[in-house]
Design a protein around this ligand. Structure first.
Ligand SMILES: Cc1cc2nc3c(=O)[nH]c(=O)nc-3n(C[C@H](O)[C@H](O)[C@H](O)COP(=O)(O)OP(=O)(O)OC[C@H]3O[C@@H](n4cnc5c(N)ncnc54)[C@H](O)[C@@H]3O)c2cc1C
Length: 460
């Protein structure tokens, strides 16, 4: 339904702003779950109506992810991910999106990494062995599912109270679709292309085929990724790696150009880092014009993949001791437990934070890779409207140029696919770090301010 532009006070009645649920395990202390139930402090006004409710992510401060996705920093050796994926003494195996060289930082990469680690483990393991998998995200679930028909006893140890890691689905009756606060977007399938093997088991997806690029003076043509591709090709011939930003400048692109800046803002929502930090020799996947969004329940899917393993929730692993006879894991409770082999799927950010102590220390090749790769930032905010204020059926919105206070420049409109007034803001890189530091009210105001370009023209 169409509404006229008007000033609305965001305040009491604006709806509770939920925050990403993270684990409530005793150690380490997780980010507390919070809902906006306190007395509202004085609030600024925004032109965009307040939603009935909203939910946001806080991955930057989540102790079990420490960021959103891994990225390849400028100057990093190209084989860092392969080195991280190497098993240590045939006892300690690694999986997780950061270990996948082909599709790092993605749902697809996480699943593929789990399948690869399981294959490597099967080559060493003997029948009846006890295998620990640390982490019940997509990679851990893929390990467990791939070992289903092996004669092995698989135990999955997860720090959080729930499975899903960086693909958590929150089912709430008020929302027409599960709230996805982590990975949920995939490139659209090309004509005639079929989903890859690793995607066949994913929850239901919907197509997001129509994009809207909105500048202050009106809508513009979709911004092509050609300048990025050209700059990357040229930088690939240089004797040393340069950042994507430098590659673009060298290729004659103007980083201040609003269209290019808008495209780069979109890139950060999947790469997690800004062009100044990204390698041009090992660049992230270029942004897709059309997408698919997971609208099914990831948690149910992951539980199904884990159904043949023993799953232990709220159990952070704090120490991994290994030798040629086996592996001993110390848990957050202080207890230790023994296994023949372990597959570690925790995020790169957790490995970098040294929350897991390795004894003996991991080989230099692993430590070098862990320190060299970057952990990027992506945050999301879901807004639910009883009466949508927008008048477009486009499903992917981009805000180009305009006011600098538009922190969230990429929006997904789920109204066409769900029939409900749901908008999802996605922000990456430095803007995501800035967004994550805002308190709940300020984050909501920042989101609504960012939506101003999408208000319909005045009618009164
Ligand atoms: C905001 C956001 C948006 C994203 N958008 C997309 C997207 O649109 N498309 C896409 O393809 N990908 C996207 N991704 C990336 C995608 O979600 C990840 O690549 C993928 O989910 C990673 O899976 P994983 O199993 O490797 O790691 P995780 O899902 O993080 O699983 C690791 C598990 O280990 C657990 N753990 C951590 N420490 C310990 C410990 N000490 N002991 C025991 N358990 C521990 C964690 O709790 C977690 O459950 C996004 C990610 C985020 C955060």
């Amino acid at each position: 339904m169409r509404m006229t532009r008007r000033q609305l006070l965001i305040g009491a009645g604006a709806g509770a702003l939920g925050v990403l649920l993270v684990s409530c395990t005793p150690e380490p202390k997780p980010t507390p779950t919070a809902t906006n139930t306190g007395t509202p402090s004085p609030l600024p006004t925004t032109a965009v109506p307040a939603p009935a409710s909203s939910v946001r992510s806080t991955w930057g401060s989540d102790p079990y992810s420490r960021g959103a996705v891994s990225f390849t920093r400028v100057g990093v050796q190209g084989d860092a991910r392969e080195r991280l994926a190497e098993p240590v003494e045939g006892r300690v195996f690694f999986a997780g999106e950061a270990t996948d060289a082909d599709n790092p930082g993605t749902i697809r990469g996480a699943i593929h990494s789990g399948e690869s680690a399981a294959m490597r483990l099967r080559a060493s393991a003997l029948a009846g062995e006890r295998i620990a998998v640390i982490g019940a995200g997509l990679a851990g679930a893929a390990v467990a599912a791939s070992l289903r028909d092996a004669d092995l006893q698989v135990t999955v140890l997860e720090a959080r109270e729930s499975v899903g890691g960086r693909t958590p689905s929150r089912v709430d009756d008020e929302w027409a679709t599960p709230i996805q606060l982590g990975g949920w977007l995939l490139p659209a399938l090309a004509e005639g292309e079929e989903a890859g093997r690793e995607e066949l088991g994913l929850p239901e997806t919907v197509e997001l085929a129509s994009a809207l690029w909105r500048a202050p003076d009106g809508d513009i043509e979709a911004v092509a990724t050609t300048p990025l591709a050209t700059a990357i090709t040229a930088a690939g011939k240089l004797p040393t790696d340069v950042s994507l930003a430098e590659a673009l400048t060298d290729a004659g692109a103007d980083l201040e150009d609003p269209s290019l800046a808008g495209l780069l803002a979109y890139l950060t929502t999947t790469a997690g880092a800004d062009a100044e930090s990204l390698s041009s020799w090992f660049p992230p996947a270029l942004p897709s014009a059309a997408l698919r969004a997971v609208v099914g329940d990831f948690d149910a899917h992951i539980r199904e993949l884990l159904s043949n393993a023993q799953l232990t929730l709220s159990t952070p692993v704090t120490r991994v001791a290994y030798d040629d006879a086996g592996v001993s894991l110390r848990l957050g409770t202080g207890e230790s437990t023994s296994f023949d082999r372990v597959v570690i799927t925790v995020p790169l950010g957790v490995l970098q934070s040294e929350r897991i102590d390795f004894s003996p220390p991991l080989p230099f090749t692993h430590r070098g890779a862990i320190n060299a790769l970057g952990m990027g930032h992506i945050e999301m905010i879901w807004l639910r409207y009883d009466e949508p204020f927008w008048d477009t059926d486009a499903t992917i919105w981009h805000s180009i140029g305009g006011e600098a206070d538009q922190l969230v420049r990429t929006w997904i409109n789920l109204q066409p696919s769900t029939g409900a007034g749901i908008l999802v803001g996605v922000v990456g890189g430095a803007a995501a770090e800035e967004f994550a530091e805002l308190d709940e009210q300020a984050a909501l105001v920042a989101a609504l301010t960012s939506l101003a370009p999408f208000l319909p023209p005045e009618t009164d």
